[in-house]
Design a protein around this ligand. Structure first.
Ligand SMILES: NC(=O)c1ccc[n+]([C@@H]2O[C@H](COP(=O)([O-])OP(=O)(O)OC[C@H]3O[C@@H](n4cnc5c(N)ncnc54)[C@H](O)[C@@H]3O)[C@@H](O)[C@H]2O)c1
Length: 290
């Protein structure tokens, strides 16, 4: 019961990773608001938690709207008096090549994954600051946001945005004792069902010959969320931490891999020379590799 007396909100908790996280938080004693637009699923997860002796409230607001995000946080405060932990987990995919992507496919993903993260954070932090709560914000990002992924321009942009948001808000909230971290999960869920089998097989093949599981279950992801939610994790903020199956990764923050200066500024000739020599040798390929 390491989170007894804590109050947590988990968005998109009707299934998958969010469900596992909500159940794990409740098993450690937290009161949990189980948010999901799939109303029946949110109700089922809240009931599962109550049946196991925990405290849970189902909430069916869409976090893709400002009004929905505010109503979610207000419902949490009305029921449990405060909000200590916010897990911005809700996500959707609308995969298509960027040159064929529609406006609504772009907007749907940005609204849920990026704008929803901002809006829920905004309202939760308003409550945390007012009460002097040393809150915990945990944002779910993706490898697509770190390294890009073909067919996911909308999702990669949103999840990369989540990382920029995390780094910025962690700095803004440090003086209030509120931590903000990003988790990059990997688990077999309904969402990964849309990954073509041949791609999944190709990725898993790279792990052949080892007993390591890199694509685990939603329950495998939950412990890192629990750990970041603890009081003792007050020193961890602005970080990007991957967890999938047996593998945990701490991601670097973007750093310059090469620097060069020329007195008076650059021109085509000095740039050409540079790219054909030192900087050119340091160009890195990008792709969603392990
Ligand atoms: N499964 C993976 O391997 C993986 C990898 C990288 C990132 N992620 C991220 O992890 C998170 C959870 O993914 P998952 O695999 O469990 O997916 P999932 O599809 O099983 O669950 C996502 C949940 O979010 C809910 N949701 C969607 N829009 C919502 C809205 N507007 N308001 C409230 N709820 C909403 C859905 O109804 C669904 O229950 C997502 O942010 C996803 O992008 C997952």
């Amino acid at each position: 019961m390491q989170l007894a007396s804590k109050v947590a909100v988990v968005t998109g908790a009707g299934q998958g990773i969010g469900r596992a996280v909500a159940r794990a938080l409740a098993a450690e004693g937290a009161s949990v608001v189980v948010n999901d637009v799939q109303a029946a699923k949110a109700q089922v997860v809240a009931q599962e938690i109550r049946d196991a002796g925990g405290r849970a409230l189902a909430d069916t607001n869409s976090i893709a709207t400002m009004a929905g995000a505010e109503a979610l946080i207000n419902a949490c405060v009305a029921e449990y008096g405060t909000v200590d932990v916010l897990v911005n987990n809700a996500g959707v995919l609308r995969d298509r090549m960027s040159f064929n992507m529609s406006e609504s496919e772009w907007d749907d993903v940005i609204d849920v994954c990026l704008k929803g993260t901002f809006m829920c954070t905004r309202f939760a932090v308003r409550d945390m600051r007012a009460r002097g709560t040393a809150g915990r914000i945990i944002n779910i990002s993706s490898r697509s946001g770190l390294r890009g992924n073909v067919g996911q321009a909308n999702y990669a942009a949103a999840k990369a945005g989540v990382l920029g948001f995390t780094r910025t808000v962690s700095q803004e909230l440090a003086k209030y004792g509120i931590t903000v971290n990003a988790v990059v999960p990997r688990a077999v869920t309904d969402m990964t069902d849309s990954i073509p089998e041949n791609v999944k097989k190709a990725k898993d093949a790279s792990w052949a010959g080892t007993s390591v599981r890199k694509r685990g279950t939603p329950e495998d992801v939950a412990p890192i969320i629990l750990y970041l939610a603890l009081d003792e994790s007050s020193g961890i903020t602005g970080q990007v931490i991957g967890l999938g199956g047996d593998k945990l990764s701490l991601w670097s923050h973007p750093t310059e891999v090469a620097e060069a200066f020329v007195f008076g500024g650059w021109n085509l000739e000095t740039l050409r020379t540079l790219f054909k020599t030192s900087v050119g040798y340091q160009l890195q390929s990008v792709g969603n590799k392990d």
